[in-house]
Design a protein around this ligand. Sequence first.
Ligand code: ATP
Ligand code: MG
Length: 447
Amino acid sequence: MSTHLLLVDDDRTFAALAATVLRQEGFRVTTAHSLHDARASLGREAPDVVVLDRRLPDGDGIDFLPELRTQFPDTAVLLVTAHGDIASAVEAIKAGARDYLSKPVELDDLVLRARRAAADLQLHERLRQAESQLEGRHRLLRPRAPAMAAALQMLERIATAPRSPVLLLGETGVGKEVIARHLHALRGGQGPFVHINCAALPATMVESELFGHERGAFTDARSARRGLVEVANGGVLFLDEVGELPAGLQAKLLTFLDQGAFRRLGGTAELHSTARVVAATNRDLNREVAEGRFREDLYFRLSVFRVDIPPLRERREDVLPLAESLVAELSAELGRRPVGFSPAAVKRLERYPFPGNVRELRNVLERALVLEAGPALELQALEPRGDAAPTAPDPNAFVVPGSPRPLEEVERLYVRHVLGLLEGKRMEAARALGLSYPTFLKRLGED
Ligand SMILES: Nc1ncnc2c1ncn2[C@@H]1O[C@H](COP(=O)(O)OP(=O)(O)OP(=O)(O)O)[C@@H](O)[C@H]1O
Ligand SMILES: [Mg+2]
């Protein structure tokens, strides 16, 4: 893909000439003659390289740099400074310009520096891909279990339809994220893989995180920011725990899925992104819809390509191969020699129900590698616990103070207690208590 270069210079003759030469060199060039023009162009498309003059009719290019850098942190800026003005060149680099050019700009010099910036960007991009491959080291093992093989086949078919959203359903720890990364890899790892966990962010932040915001959109928005939908352009946007998406945003997501268009928070311009949405949840979305917490139209839209990932206990054939491959991976990480399983351990693996699925298997193996001396792993931890063991006091128990208290107060204490148990996840706490979200807030004493 050719490098997109935005040339901001009020000298129209020079700008036209420079644009011609740069185009001959294979750049895709947009010109702007003022900061105002530049902002308009940036609203339409993110450039890879910006050549920015300092003296423009509506301001100094260097003052525009911070805004440009927050909005497009990956864009390389070449600042054009007055002839012989070393101080200004130093200032430019300090302000985050990649390089500078001094006036009068020699066309050869411009081409050389623009090419260098583009090459740096490519390197950066390659590093990023290498990183994301590293992150994806929890590679998907070819399944033997028919249920999982069918899910993967479905995924491979889906991969050929590049824009349609995908919904991954399955219990916690079955490998939804691994599968989402696999889908990205099936498309040759094109574009970035961007992960957002809707449950981990406060509802108020999800929108700006997802769709970005304009400067001043809310109190802390000192500068405009791209949302992850934009960042994932050309790649995959993995929307984890989609069931937690606040109701207002569900509508906005639906619009984005239908049209590929969205607006930043506080913005008016319609922006586009070709990011493919892969949504995942371990919730029963059918129930969420029935109980009015999840939009039915969004559910239908997401369910066109839906993949159900079976729990590990329903793919017994995969347990041992998975365990072996995880042990090899974990031993390498821990700097230990790979070890095998004792016959008793194999039996335990075959019998254990793995309520936490592959994540639990991985954790059990990691602990065993650290704690067991070997030569073969025994995996005692997978032994079903007899109820002979004395029961320790439950650290999660809710204790009501001895003297009689008004019910309302006890209720509030209990609501807080549940919220604490669920690590502050309010939606989940509301659900666990069987309350609507507003009622929950009221009981919490925050309304
Ligand atoms: N098929 C697989 N091959 C190798 N590792 C796997 C596989 N499936 C899952 N894992 C490992 O199990 C762990 C949990 O997987 P993942 O995070 O994808 O689960 P999840 O379905 O997203 O869970 P949650 O719903 O809790 O977010 C990870 O460490 C992952 O590397
Ligand atoms: Mg997950």
